[in-house]
Ligand binder design. Structure first.
Ligand code: ADP
Length: 624
C-alpha cells in the first residue's frame, strides 16, 4: 500500500470546492455520473474498434445503490474502462488539466464569485468530498487483471492498494457525512437523476432495499425486497426530435457535458439529412470558458459516430475562433475507427464543420437582430474570438463583419459597422477608428479632436487584437476603414484654409524639424487638432506606438525603432509664437516639449525623462 500526498493544486481545489459550492452540493452526482458515462463511452469505442477488446463482454450501464441504515453510503458503479494504479495517480491524485494553477491564482477569495468560476472550471470527481468524509474507488481497467482500491478523506493524502474485483469498471463509494445524508433516499436520487442525467446515453439503475407488505389485517407481513429500476431515459438527447425536448432538458444536458453549473446562453440543435446525415447540438456558455485564452485550451465539442463516442479532444472539429462552443457532432457517415490523422483531413467532417460554422454564425446574427440585449451579453464574452475570426476565416468574413462590435465616440456601449454607416455624415469619406490600449486615453486623445469636431464618429479600439485585425479588413462593404493613428488619414479633414495656412507656417515647421533632428520623421501641419498644440502619428506603413507596445509586451525583443511624425496645430498660441522666437536654446526646448507631451498623451515612453524634466524646469523658471 502506498500513501501519497495530493499535489498542492488538488488540496487547494478541494478546499475551495468544499467552501464555495456548498449551496449546490447536489451537483456531485451529476459529475460522478458524467464520469461514469465517459468511461462507458471510452470502452464502447474500444470494443468496436480494437481487436483485443472486440470479444470482451460489454454490458454498458451505471448502477447507483445506497445504504440508509447504519453508516450511510452511496455507491456509483459503472462497467466502463476503469483505471489502473498509474491512472489513479494521474487522474485522481493530480489535476491533469492544464491551466489549473493559473485558474486557482485568479480566484478572488470572494466565495460567490469563485463559485461561478469554479462552476465553469468543472470540478468533477472532487466535488464528491462536499458530501462524503471518505471516498473509496474500487476499479479495474478493461483488459487488465489487477484491481485497485483508491481511498481518501479528501484532506491532503490518498492511498492506493491492490484489491479484488470480478469485472472491469469502477465502483465509487461515498461514506456520506451530515451534508450527504439526504442522498440515501430513493426519491431524492431518482429526482436528481431525472433532473441532471436523464439523457445520459446509458441506462442508470437505482438499486435499493424496499419493504413490501403481504396479506391483510392481522396476517399482514413485512417483507424486505431488493429492487433495481431504471431511473433515466437513456436516450442520447441530441438524437431526439427538437419538438420533444424542453429548454430545461437542453440546459441540463449542457451541464452534464460541459461541467458548467449555469445554464447556457443559447443552444442550436440541427439535424441534416441528404447527401450527408448528421446531427449537431451546439451550446454557447454564458461565461467564456476559463481557458479560452490559453493556447492549450480544451476543446468543448465531442465527436460521435452514430451515437458512439469517438473523441472530445479534437481541436479541428471547429475553427479555433469558435473554441468557446460546447456540444456534440454526431455523424452517420464516418467509419468508427477513424484515426486522428484521418479525422483532420476527412472530407465528411470538413463539410460538417463548414456547414456548422455557417449555422452558428447565422444563429448569432439572428440573435443580434432579434434580441439585442442577449446579444450584448454574448459580445461581452466573445467579441474578441469573433474578431480573431475576421482575421482567420475569410470565407465568413462578411457575416463576421456584421457580428463584431466596437466602442465609439457617438454611442454608449457597443456599435456595429452597419450602425456606424447609417450615422455617417454626407461628406464623410471613411469609417474612422483609433487604436490603443486604454479606452480613456483614446477618448481624450488629440488624434481624434478634429474628427469629433466635424461630427465624424470615431470607433474606439482598445482591444489589443484590433490593431492586427482591423487593418487587415480594409473595408466594410465599400467604405474604407481608416486608422486615425496614421499620418495620411487626416488629409480627409483638410480644408482650403489649411492649404493656405500650410504655406504660411512652413518656416515654423522647418524650425521645429531642425531642432528635433532625427527624433521625428517629419513635422507637418495638423488638420485634426483643436486644443492640443501637437500630436504624433505613425507613417502610413509603420506600426503605431500601440502596436510597438504590444509587440514588446508579447516578448518580441527586436522591435525596429519607429520614428513618429509630429503634427502641430497652427491655431495654437505656442506654435504661433514660436515663429518669432530667435533664442535657439528656447526653440529647441519648446520643440522637444511639443514632441514629448504628444508622446506622453499617447502613452509612449519618454527616452530621457530626466532631460524632459530639465526642460520643463527651464521653461517654468522663465514663466516665473
Ligand atoms: P474530468 O472528468 O473533468 O476529467 P474529474 O476530476 O471528474 O475530471 O476526473 C478526472 C479523471 O479521472 C477523468 O478524466 C478520468 O480519466 C478519471 N475518472 C474519473 N471517474 C472515472 C470512472 N468512473 N471511470 C474511469 N475513469 C474515471
Amino acid at each position: 500500500m502506498s500513501k501519497k500526498k495530493f499535489k498542492t493544486e488538488v488540496s487547494q481545489l478541494l478546499n475551495l470546492i468544499i467552501h464555495s459550492l456548498y449551496s449546490h452540493k447536489e451537483i456531485f452526482l451529476r459529475e460522478l455520473i458524467s464520469n461514469a458515462s465517459d468511461a462507458l463511452d471510452k470502452l464502447k469505442y474500444l470494443t468496436l474498434t480494437e481487436d483485443a477488446f472486440k470479444s470482451l463482454k460489454f454490458d454498458p450501464q451505471i448502477t447507483i445503490s445506497f445504504t440508509a441504515e447504519g453508516e450511510k453510503t452511496l455507491t456509483i458503479t459503472d462497467t466502463g474502462i476503469g483505471m489502473n494504479a498509474e491512472d489513479l495517480d494521474l487522474q485522481l491524485g493530480t489535476i491533469a488539466r492544464s491551466g489549473t494553477k493559473n485558474f486557482l491564482n485568479n480566484l478572488s477569495g470572494d466565495a460567490r464569485k469563485d463559485a461561478s468560476l469554479i462552476g465553469q472550471f468543472g470540478v468533477g470527481f472532487y466535488s464528491a468530498f462536499m458530501v462524503a468524509d471518505r471516498i473509496e474507488v474500487l476499479t479495474r481497467k478493461a483488459g487488465e487483471d489487477q484491481a485497485w482500491l483508491w481511498e481518501s478523506d479528501g484532506q491532503n493524502a490518498y492511498t492506493v492498494k491492490e484489491a479484488q474485483k470480478d469485472s472491469f469498471g469502477t465502483s465509487i463509494t461515498l461514506h456520506l457525512n451530515d451534508e450527504g445524508a439526504e442522498y440515501t433516499s430513493k426519491w431524492e436520487l431518482e429526482s436528481l437523476i431525472k433532473k441532471y442525467s436523464d439523457h445520459i446515453a446509458f441506462p442508470i439503475f437505482l438499486e435499493y432495499d424496499d419493504t413490501e407488505y403481504e396479506g391483510e389485517g392481522d396476517d399482514k407481513k413485512e417483507k424486505k425486497v431488493h429492487k433495481r429500476e431504471q431511473a433515466n431515459k437513456a436516450s442520447a438527447l441530441w438524437k431526439q426530435p427538437k419538438s420533444s425536448l424542453t429548454d430545461e432538458e437542453y440546459n441540463e444536458f449542457y451541464k452534464t457535458i460541459s461541467h458548467d453549473s449555469e445554464d447556457p446562453l443559447l443552444y442550436l440543435h440541427t439535424k441534416a439529412e441528404g447527401t450527408l446525415e448528421y446531427t449537431t447540438l451546439f451550446y454557447v456558455p454564458k461565461k467564456a470558458p476559463f481557458d479560452m485564452y490559453q493556447a492549450d485550451y480544451k476543446p468543448g465539442v465531442k465527436l460521435y459516430v452514430n451515437r458512439v463516442f469517438i473523441t472530445d479532444d479534437e481541436k479541428e472539429l471547429m475553427p479555433v475562433y469558435l473554441r468557446f462552443l460546447r456540444g456534440i457532432i454526431d455523424s452517420e457517415d464516418l467509419p468508427l475507427n477513424v484515426s486522428r490523422e484521418i479525422l483532420q483531413q476527412n472530407r465528411v467532417l470538413s463539410s460538417i464543420r463548414t456547414a456548422s460554422v455557417k449555422k452558428v454564425l447565422a444563429e448569432l446574427k439572428n440573435l443580434s437582430e432579434n434580441n439585442p440585449e442577449k446579444y450584448n451579453e454574448f459580445i461581452e464574452q466573445y467579441n474578441r474570438p469573433l474578431k480573431e475570426g475576421l482575421y482567420s476565416d475569410y470565407a465568413n468574413r462578411d457575416t463576421l463583419l456584421e457580428l463584431v462590435r466596437f466602442k465609439s465616440t457617438e454611442v454608449e456601449g457597443y456599435t456595429s459597422f452597419a450602425a456606424y454607416k447609417e450615422r455617417m455624415k454626407d461628406d464623410q469619406k471613411a469609417i474612422y477608428y483609433v487604436t490603443g490600449d486604454n479606452e480613456d486615453t483614446l477618448r481624450n486623445s488629440p488624434l481624434i479632436e478634429g474628427y469629433v469636431k466635424k461630427g465624424y464618429e470615431v470607433l474606439i479600439m482598445d482591444d489589443e487584437v484590433d490593431e492586427i485585425v482591423v487593418p487587415s479588413i480594409g473595408k466594410y462593404k465599400d467604405t474604407d476603414l481608416k486608422s486615425v493613428n496614421k499620418s495620411g488619414t487626416s488629409d480627409d479633414l483638410k480644408t482650403e484654409k489649411d492649404k493656405e495656412t500650410e504655406k504660411k507656417i512652413k518656416p515654423v515647421l522647418k524650425k521645429i524639424k531642425d531642432a528635433l533632428g532625427d527624433r521625428v520623421k517629419d513635422v507637418v501641419l495638423s488638420s485634426r487638432l483643436n486644443d492640443s498644440p501637437s500630436c504624433i502619428v505613425a507613417d502610413e506603413n509603420d506600426p503605431t506606438v500601440q502596436m510597438q507596445q504590444m509587440l514588446k509586451a508579447m516578448g518580441q525583443s527586436e522591435i525596429p525603432e519607429i520614428v513618429p511624425i509630429l503634427e502641430v496645430n497652427a491655431d495654437n498660441e505656442i506654435v504661433q509664437k514660436l515663429a518669432d522666437i530667435k533664442d535657439e536654446d528656447l526653440v529647441k526646448d519648446i520643440s522637444f516639449m511639443l514632441l514629448e507631451q504628444a508622446m506622453m498623451v499617447e502613452g509612449a515612453e519618454l527616452k530621457q525623462p530626466a532631460e524632459f524634466v530639465k526642460r520643463l524646469n527651464r521653461i517654468m523658471k522663465m514663466a516665473l
